[in-house]
Design a protein around this ligand. Sequence first.
Ligand SMILES: O=C(O)CCC(=O)C(=O)O
Ligand SMILES: [Fe+2]
Length: 514
Amino acid sequence: MKRSERAEQDRAKEIKKQKLLHQLGGQQLPYLTPKDEGFQLLWKTKYTNLILREANKIPFDLHVQMQRAFSSLLQCGCFFRDLVNIRGKDVFTAVSRVIIGNPGCTYKYLNTRLFPIPWQTILSKITYSQEEIAMSCHALKEFNNYLCSIVGNDVVRSEDSKVIGEGLENNLVQPDLANSCESEKGIEDPLTSVEEPPVQKQSRHKAVGALFNVTLLNYMDPKTMPYLKEEPYFGMGPMAVGWHHDESLVAGSPVAVYNYTSSDPGTISDKKACWRAGLKVAWDIDTPGLVLPLQPGDCYFMMDDLNMTHQHCVLVGDEPRFSSTHRVAEEGDSTLDYVFGRTEEAVSNLLKGSTLSNASLNSTEITILKKTEEIHNEVEFEWLRQYWFQGRRYAKFTDWWCKPIEKLEEDWKQLELMTLLMLKAVEDDRWSSEKRRDAIGSLLPILTERQELRQHWKNRCQSKLAKSLPADDRPMCHPYWEEGDLSMPLPFDLQSTIAHLEEIVTSTGIEEHL
Ligand SMILES: O=C(O)CCC(=O)C(=O)O
Ligand SMILES: [Fe+2]
């Protein structure tokens, strides 16, 4: 989706939200917790696709591995607060995050593309900067495999939907609903009563084929947070993550969340406020909200379209908390293979062996020129600037992304050269004024967008928040070059180039056609 379209969508949402708030007139909406009568019924009827798997249903060794992974990643400095962009404003996320996943996968949220530390797969050999990081990625991959198996992927291979159904029923359970936040239940405590989950048969089929390809880990120690936003609609308390739908997921795919609070052994029996997941039906003020208390080691699942029909938030407890949120990231335009495919397609229009002084295009057909310039924008703004905006953080833990990003930058440089050739082509005397008009009409919006986005990213890199970060993590405006840099075919600032094209249009009297 284009930035302008997204901004438009955000604005529409904001208006809708304000309208709802207005309707509420300052009143708070009701919500239910396990201590409230009707909680179970509400869950069964309105939050059907929310499923909890309690800690003691998960193999003990997986808990041990996960918890070790969390603390190692924290010790290795892998968690960062992301400087995201919400409705045009830059803000740090309240939680710190790190993303781990399939090699070459990326994940975009809040206008920020995250580049996962890859976990090892059969086909990949990953080098990590520290053994602890290697072990942690391995543990997360193992846990991911386990989650895939319980949402049905292990049985996919048998292509027996009955088994899939049974698998889910046996594996995912609703909790003992009397288990409230105040209970002092630890990982090893037995389950008291378990109800069958209200998973519909039809839903189970949709889970098939869902393979979690990334996990976004969250960490927060509430004691270090001077200010946390209060949940605004229900009065559920302070939030670590505000109301949202998870973005960039395969439609209808599940999300699985592992919850862990690292309590100090000495304080285990203290009555501490626990962390909770909040859920609400999107754009609905009639259905009460639902608050699901989470014990260390519990895992909750948002199945089917729950993430689309509902929103969720995270309500803080007293202790530092980790979560690992396993997702099926949409792969359409988010993988390295995809973007390499795109650049290859674009660069194939450059005559082989082209250098800055002797270069030419194979074809000057307008549709081809247009596509090349679109790919140019995509590589520059969806990949290179996104990557460098996050500073040098990615190279700290693995060198995996370095080579691909270098290669993308080389391709992008060729695309700069191709823009120069395109600009020369549109001034070719042999072109009819009609062709020139069509070409400029198609190309000008793309160059204008490039100019705007370059300024946008440059400004983001120069913001107060960006500059507040330590040197290694600070956003970098890259690629960037000064006026008159002879190694570059075109200037960074395209203002005069754009003005020149506009002038051609005006001087040939063809503006009315644009
Ligand atoms: O930590 C959780 O329980 C969920 C976090 C979440 O919603 C997210 O990271 O998108
Ligand atoms: Fe989420």
